[in-house]
Design a protein around this ligand. Structure first.
Ligand SMILES: [Zn+2]
Ligand SMILES: [Zn+2]
Length: 429
């Protein structure tokens, strides 16, 4: 048994923000309340810390199988644990693509052997994510997928998206789309605008994303399926989401920490500023922060996209898209959203817990009988992120060396402390 003492328990699912103890018994939460006595339990002193439900990341790339130079399930999930995540959903664009049950089983087995956190795979919507024929969604569901997506690229055609939605809907799975119109994308490397012109880099217009979001919303209306928009980055996409939600369609969306933190004005000739969707305009960033605050956006997701140094250390045009994200996600939430007064702490926690859980059709709360997954963090401890210290195999982040106030202290999965900062103190009875 593990007794978390004197933490500030903040959980939007049970509408609690109180100093409580939480007693874990094996893989489940046994009790939550004031002054719990458990003489034989190991004690974790959470005085001055926040105790939240375990964080869920809806969107990451663990690169295994096939791209182990950049990341493995083991190294990626160690970085996830350091970031406070207790469960991560890994996208299917591995080599081979996770488009059939044997690849899904391989990921699940590897995670069971090597991962400190829960790994919930996402299966491809189409075979090879090529956008031609539907993948074996039902067989992958049996093997453990929690959603389908062709992330890395959009679901190629409206017809295929309709089929994917119909099949997934019958199976109770959401379809996650990386929204992009390939004909507008057309070899672009950053957001089109004054800054792409100044840098002489080929631009991608904002409509590249929102046109595809509009298509998908129309198909969600047609099929009644659950649609989730990955890494949404523009005001126009958010407006599509708001209208669809008002209509009662089953649509949800996520935003990445880099899109609520940086803009196209931050882009320089450094491939750590190259991601897809590209960093958006200042107006888009402001709209996303409003959407995070008012409930229009359901989750913060990292889109952790590791690339080994040799592949990123090339000219901007040639570098692959994507940055790592697990270890800076919560701290960026503090600096950009909570310390700046734009979001409450409760709302930020919701975006990492109940919000993403709802997207997957799961629950997430601190209550008796629930899985003993908790994220413990400080809201004010000063620290500096050093990419070199990360267990990830990759270093591609624009946030290396950034000073933060507040960050993860301990990550508990199924009753086990899988990561803790030295600051946390333990005493065994
Ligand atoms: Zn994507
Ligand atoms: Zn992605």
């Amino acid at each position: 048994m593990l007794l978390i003492k004197n933490g500030r328990v903040v959980d939007p699912a049970i509408k609690t923000d109180t100093i409580f103890d939480v007693l874990l018994d094996g893989e489940r939460i046994a009790r939550i309340g004031a002054n719990i006595a458990a003489p034989n339990a190991e004690v974790f002193d959470a005085t001055g810390l926040v105790v939240a439900p375990g964080f869920i990341d809806l969107h990451c790339h663990l690169r295994e199988p096939g791209q182990e130079l950049s990341e493995t399930i083991e190294t990626g999930t160690q970085a996830a644990a350091r970031g406070g995540f207790t469960a991560v959903c890994c996208m299917p664009n591995t080599t081979p693509v996770n488009d059939n049950a044997s690849v899904t089983r391989g990921i699940v087995e590897r995670a069971a052997a090597k991962s400190p956190v829960r790994v919930w795979p996402i299966g491809a919507a189409s075979i090879g994510s090529k956008g031609e024929a539907l993948a074996e969604i039902a067989a992958m569901k049996k093997a453990g997928i929690v959603a389908v997506s062709d992330d890395g690229r959009p679901v190629a055609t409206a017809r295929l998206m309709r089929q994917a939605m119909d099949y997934s809907n019958a199976l109770g799975l959401p379809v996650i789309d990386h929204c992009e119109d390939p004909s507008l994308f057309a070899g672009g490397v950053m957001r089109e605008g004054a800054h792409s012109i100044r840098l002489g880099l080929k631009g991608i217009p904002a409509q590249c994303e929102s046109i595809c979001v509009g298509r998908d919303v129309e198909l969600a209306r047609l099929t009644g399926a659950r649609l989730h928009i990955a890494h949404m980055s523009t005001r126009a996409s958010l407006e599509h989401m708001r209208k669809a939600k008002q209509e009662g369609l089953h649509v949800t969306c996520e935003v990445t920490p880099h899109h609520f933190t940086l803009t196209d004005e931050d882009v320089r000739y450094d491939s750590n500023y190259k991601m897809n969707p590209p960093l958006a305009s200042r107006e888009d960033r402001e709209a996303l922060v409003e959407g995070l605050a008012d409930g229009s956006i359901d989750a913060i997701a990292t889109d952790h996209a590791p690339h080994h140094p040799a592949s990123k250390d090339v000219e901007f045009d040639r570098a692959p898209f994507g940055i790592t994200g697990f270890e800076t996600a919560l701290a960026l939430g503090f600096s950009e959203l909570v310390h700046s007064g734009k979001l409450s702490l409760m709302r930020l926690i919701e975006l990492f817990t109940a919000g993403p859980a709802r997207v997957l059709g799961k629950g997430r709360k601190i209550a008796e009988g629930e899985p003993a997954d908790l994220t413990i963090f400080s809201t004010d401890r000063s620290w500096t992120f050093r990419a070199a210290d990360s267990p990830s195999k990759s270093r591609n982040t624009p946030f290396d060396g950034r000073a933060f106030r507040g960050g993860p202290i301990a990550t508990i999965v199924a009753g086990r402390v899988v990561y803790s900062q030295p600051l946390a103190t333990y005493s065994a009875d």
